[in-house]
Design a protein. Sequence first.
Length: 147
Amino acid sequence: MNFIHSNLRWCFVADITVLTNEYATLVYNEDKKIVHHTFLKPIGEQAFRDILLAGVDCMKKYGATKWLSDDRQNSALSDEDSKWAMTVWSKLAIEAGWKTWALVVPHDIMGRLNMNEFVNMYSRRGVRVMVFTELDKAVAWLDGIPN
């Protein structure tokens, strides 16, 4: 897989920028059919939901099944955002074809602990999940999984 380092984040060469705001970016890699969000700082409420829902739209539009979450700059989500992600968003994402998730965990310890419940729940719902601390290893793992 060809990827380059740009502005302190990894970018795939064939990325389409789907959404960007002060909290996050969402890109789609056409070659590998990967939806990829990067949280730039702690995120929540509507900004969080907008990024995740735009990713679901991407999966539907392009037939993507892989999601790469770069959550290194995030912290723990609020109870309300956690509940929304586990009940509303996960159902939409799985219905859209989500099968594989590479999670690059937050540096923040509370953020890491918060992500445990997501990893366990999504795995029980049939999503293949792998957790990483380094983005390049997450990218390599996803690249090795057929579309």
